[in-house]
Design a protein around this ligand. Structure first.
Ligand SMILES: Cc1cc2nc3c(=O)[nH]c(=O)nc-3n(C[C@H](O)[C@H](O)[C@H](O)COP(=O)(O)OP(=O)(O)OC[C@H]3O[C@@H](n4cnc5c(N)ncnc54)[C@H](O)[C@@H]3O)c2cc1C
Length: 428
């Protein structure tokens, strides 16, 4: 699979710095997030106080981004996501959800646009800001090529019209990255991303969703009616957009769209979040069963219980290895030609949903009671099979990339055998 030359060194132990960071994130999740998790889950309000605390702990905004930016392994961000979602998935997403908009700006914007808008997604000092990355529309989620939100050029401005649904931080975001179509005939290749700042006339919040899980993270519709933004808010700039449209019109093969590139980078991190939920449920269940007994003896010594615990623990570890590998590949520019980013998110999302279900079955009826955290982890897990590409769509991506990878490998092998045969003929 490797086209380049990579180091053969392999060491699965975390470094002292990674371990220290993991302990720090875990302490924040345990001492700050957990005590408020049930309340925010019930109230579905934005956890501003916890986000402020995260800032004070160095776990939100630019200081955090700078820290993970220095991490050459790519794993630090996955550790952060797992620990915070171990604390509470909804609050974890409220703290980290702006990163999707920031990643969209970094992937599609110029360095000047990134310098201006990325900090604005988080705020500085005591000011807490939010970013939203708005792609999905009614009838256009998995199928991003059929977006109907339009961006029409008007002199040096762009005018946006349409409606986005299920947008994390929708309505509270200071920076909205809106993906709109500038040429519907070109499908996803005719799309561009625009920054729409809070308060821009014509931008409004639609329905705020009442959700099954991750309830501390606000999800809402965004309505755009004649929203006028200056040319500087077109991510990547006009020249780049025109070149891209020209390539698409001339039939030149597609490179990845801004939206797809953003999702590719963020997928392993979504997987890490799902692992945090599964691990929380697993640890809690083991502690809960410890010391309990029934007519057959202590529960943790019974084989029927051990079968489930062993499977859950093994699946969590397997998912984490996929996530950490993809995070490392993404950070080090190793091409994920086999769909490794999608694999990690698919596996982790499926593990979180399956593990929380299996653990509830193990515990029995008490697992479904609202004052038990297991039912919340079960509710929180579902979204990890849905957003940032549903499990079904991840499977399509993986299968297509695997087939292409196999065809490349077969062609390479054929060429190598032909070279060997030619060399043997020359030698004879
Ligand atoms: C809480 C929450 C937060 C979200 N946050 C954001 C956000 O911040 N920004 C944003 O842009 N979007 C966001 N979304 C939207 C989310 O990414 C989409 O809902 C998701 O991509 C699915 O798209 P859809 O809703 O159109 O479902 P559909 O695409 O209509 O899918 C419906 C079902 O059909 C299946 N399906 C679709 N196509 C295929 C196929 N070809 N083969 C097999 N099965 C298929 C899907 O897997 C799914 O099971 C969020 C959603 C939720 C629920």
């Amino acid at each position: 699979m490797n086209g380049g030359v990579y180091s053969l060194r392999m060491d699965f132990r975390l470094s002292a710095e990674q371990l220290e960071f993991q302990r720090h994130c875990h302490a924040f999740a345990r001492d700050v997030m957990r005590p408020t998790a049930a309340r925010y889950d019930r109230e579905q309000t934005v956890p501003y106080d916890v986000i402020r605390e995260a800032r004070a702990w160095g776990l939100h905004g630019l200081p955090y981004l700078e820290r993970v930016g220095r991490d050459e392994s790519g794993v630090l961000n996955a550790i952060y996501a797992e620990e915070l979602h171990w604390g509470c998935a909804g609050i974890g997403l409220a703290i980290s959800g702006s990163s999707l908009a920031a990643a969209g700006i970094a992937a599609s914007g110029t360095p000047e646009q990134a310098a201006r808008w990325v900090p604005a997604c988080f705020g500085t000092g005591d000011d807490i800001s939010f970013g939203a990355y708005a792609v999905t529309e009614a009838g256009a989620g998995s199928d991003v090529s059929s977006l109907r939100t339009t961006a029409r050029r008007d002199g040096d401005d762009w005018v946006l019209d349409g409606a986005k649904v299920f947008i994390s931080n929708g309505g509270i975001a200071d920076v909205n990255v809106v993906v709109a179509t500038v040429d519907p005939a070109l499908g996803h290749r005719g799309q561009a991303s625009f920054v729409v700042a809070k308060g821009t006339p014509g931008l409004a919040m639609g329905k705020k969703e009442d959700k099954l899980g991750i309830r501390a993270s606000q999800t809402a519709e965004i309505v755009l009616e004649g929203v006028r933004v200056p040319m500087g808010n077109l991510l990547g700039g006009l020249d780049r957009l025109e070149r891209r449209l020209e390539r698409a019109r001339s039939g030149e093969p597609s490179r990845s769209s801004g939206a797809l590139a953003t999702f590719e980078v963020t997928r392993p991190m979504v997987g890490a979040c799902a692992i945090g939920i599964a691990r929380a449920a697993y640890e809690w269940t083991v502690d809960r069963l410890d010391g309990r007994a029934d007519a057959d003896g202590p529960l943790l010594e019974q084989q029927r219980v051990q079968q489930v615990l062993a499977d859950v623990a093994t699946e969590i570890e397997a998912a984490r290895l996929l996530v950490w590998r993809a995070a490392w590949m993404g950070r080090n520019g190793v091409p994920m030609t086999g769909g490794q980013g999608s694999m990690s998110k698919l596996k982790a999302g499926d593990v979180a949903m399956w593990a929380t279900t299996a653990l509830m079955d193990l515990l029995g009826p008490e697992a479904g009671l609202a004052d038990q955290p297991l039912e919340k982890w079960f509710r929180d897990a579902k979204i990890y099979q849905l957003f940032e590409g549903t499990a079904q769509v991840q499977r399509l991506v993986i299968a297509r990339m695997q087939v292409a990878d196999r065809r490349r490998a077969a062609a390479d092998e054929l060429a190598a055998r032909a070279d060997d045969a030619a060399a043997a003929a020359r030698a004879a």
